[in-house]
Design a protein around this ligand. Structure first.
Ligand code: SAM
Length: 161
């Protein structure tokens, strides 16, 4: 499979999983978290499909497209290993939906990172809440659920509390 194929599959899967997760969490209260703003494409999509949600962005350095830059008061700036514990204190009832796209181009490094960050994400979900990730995560008590039809297996993962 070419890098172009991999990239397209990731994009298609992110959109399909975010649309699916937004619909499934419609009636769950609480904020939505975007972990890893990057260019802001997925953030922009999340704002479009969840216009009434309070969406918080976790990013160490904002460098997004101007159209996809969150308001300053909705950014938790810094390394997620510091900001996720702060979010646990700030949102004790948890988030309805967490999307994470924190990886780079090295699959082995992404997997190591996913193992390290999973315990920081797991306590942040509200009951019934969903976590959508571009990498396989390593949760103790969340259940992996089926992907929507348009998503490509292995390119996106959805977990439920
Ligand atoms: N989903 C985004 C989009 O659609 O444009 C792309 C996200 S990009 C692949 C990953 C982002 O995660 C980068 O902007 C990087 O700075 C951020 N990131 C990676 N590790 C991080 C960490 N430990 N703490 C905070 N942000 C991190």
């Amino acid at each position: 499979m070419s890098r172009l194929d991999l990239f397209i599959n990731r994009m298609v899967s992110q959109r399909a999983c975010l649309d699916h997760a937004a619909a499934l969490t419609e009636n769950i209260g609480g904020p939505v978290f975007e972990l890893g703003l990057g260019n802001g494409r997925t953030y922009h999509h999340m704002c479009a499909i969840m216009p009434t949600r309070d969406i918080w962005v976790f990013e160490r350095a904002i460098a997004s497209h101007p159209d996809s830059t969150p308001p300053e008061d909705r950014v938790m700036l810094g390394d997620v290993f510091e900001t996720l514990p702060q979010a646990a204190d700030r949102f004790p009832d948890g988030a309805a939906l967490i999307h994470a796209d924190l990886g780079g181009h090295n699959a082995k490094k992404n997997d190591e990172f996913a193992r390290r960050v999973s315990p920081f994400i797991e306590p942040l979900l509200a009951p019934g809440g969903l976590m959508v990730s571009s990498d396989r995560m390593y949760f103790e008590n969340l259940t992996e659920i089926a992907l929507p039809p348009d998503a490509v297996p292995g390119r996106c993962f959805i977990y439920q509390k």
